[in-house]
Design a protein around this ligand. Structure first.
Ligand code: PLP
Length: 395
């Protein structure tokens, strides 16, 4: 049967996830892959999760296998609100909605806010799967370039004066893909610009807890309470459990709960209970500290190896946390071309093109430093450096 004409219009321009296609290529165990966005397997508290699972099943098995509320398990929402409070952000737990990872937050926000052809603003470059999630609602994207300290508030201001933008989506700490973190000054200025506008600020912060150097910074939401903030347990406990959350003002929360209910009734109640039990019985800060130390080591090693093995006209970001760094090759180089050559040397990364909503900067690429063992980081960066050298001398 020819199915082409059966599909909804919104499916016409949705590319298959580029990263998924790339990850398929990199499944070969011989390839050293800096392409994925995976936490290190040793960052998973396996035994503690086993103990928490046994405990909740034994004590309340009849309850935790039941349906539950759309908003999520109340004590878990309270826990999230309390954790924000210790970091200086006042959040009412009624304003927290548990989701299937922060990925679902993107979809829910898209559904609640975007009409076809609405304009939305994103960073340049931005998180690939956010482009995909929002694209399903057929917006017109506007992009705001990222600099070392975040986006330039003047450029954002200009954009929102010129165009009727529904919301600005930004990943303010250890951004995916660049590793860039917004400075305190920029956070305040963005809040000042958006405070009296009709534009929603949507802040995605899945990496915020993985700061391994520098000063902790408050989310923009602490300067702009009416904004939306996403969070996730993926990088501090487990991505496979698929648990995240949205903090939103009551008016927005009403709508989010409706679309969440229509979508899946509620997030996995069993894993909510297990994660909550895990938090109750363990010191998660100690656990996070271990992750930070590991990622810092791996990040330092990757940066050192890049300094040793990459040509000097290659530029990189030096993230203070998170899982990625961003590479800018000499102007005329294409990271897609480099990708093909690198695969032959059995090393992989994500070419930067995938992260742009307009006019991609072709000489950029993303490297993940959280998932690889140290030996692999050394060897992979060495091979990549050689491949870059070769391509430069060929030109
Ligand atoms: C910026 C950003 N947002 C959202 C997500 C989705 O994460 P999760 O759904 O696992 O919370 C990711 C995952 O890599 C991400 O980098």
């Amino acid at each position: 049967m020819a199915m082409k004409n059966l599909f909804a219009d919104r499916m016409k321009n949705i590319p298959r996830s580029f990263v998924r296609e790339i990850l398929k290529v990199t499944e070969d165990p011989e390839i050293i892959s800096f392409a994925g966005g995976l936490p290190h397997p040793e960052s998973f508290p396996v035994e503690e999760i086993e103990a928490a699972t046994t405990k909740v099943l034994k004590e309340e098995g009849d309850k935790i296998l039941q349906y539950s509320t759309t908003e999520g398990y109340r004590p878990l929402r309270d826990y999230i609100a309390k954790r924000y409070a210790t970091n200086g952000l006042k959040v009412d737990s009624a304003d927290v909605l548990i989701t299937n990872g922060s990925q679902q937050c993107l979809d829910l926000v898209g559904k609640v806010f975007i009409n076809k052809n609405d304009r939305i603003a994103v960073e340049r470059p931005t998180y690939l799967a956010a482009i995909q999630a929002f694209s399903l609602y057929e917006p017109r994207f506007k992009s705001v370039p990222l600099n070392e300290e975040g986006v330039d508030p003047e450029v954002l201001d200009d954009l929102i004066r010129k165009f009727d933008v529904k919301f600005f989506y930004a990943i303010t700490s250890f951004q995916n893909p660049t590793g860039i973190t917004y400075s305190r000054k920029i956070r305040k200025e963005i809040a000042d610009i958006l405070r009296d506008s009709q534009i929603m600020f949507v802040e995605d912060n899945p990496y915020g807890e993985i700061r391994f150097m520098g000063e902790n910074l408050p989310p923009v939401k602490s300067y702009l309470p009416e904004s939306i903030l996403f969070g996730s347990f993926s990088k501090i406990v487990s991505p496979g459990m698929r648990l995240g959350w949205i903090v939103a003002p009551p008016e927005v929360m009403d709508k989010l709960v409706i679309v969440k209910q229509a979508s899946d009734l509620h997030s996995n109640y069993f894993t909510q209970r297990v994660v909550y039990q895990y938090f109750k019985d363990n010191n998660v800060d100690e656990h996070i500290e271990k992750i930070r130390k590991r990622y810092r080591r791996q990040r330092d090693l990757m940066v050192d190896c890049i300094e040793d093995y990459f040509p000097t006209d290659v530029e990189i970001t030096r993230p203070e946390g998170g899982m990625f760094l961003w590479v800018t090759l000499p102007k005329n180089m294409s990271s897609l071309e480099l990708f093909e050559h690198a695969l032959k040397e059995k090393v992989a990364f994500v070419p930067g093109e995938a992260f742009y909503v307009d006019d991609p900067q072709k000489n950029t690429l993303r490297l993940n430093f959280s998932n690889s063992e140290e030996e692999k980081i050394k060897e992979g960066i060495k091979r990549l450096g050689k491949t870059i050298e070769k391509l430069i001398t060929c030109d």
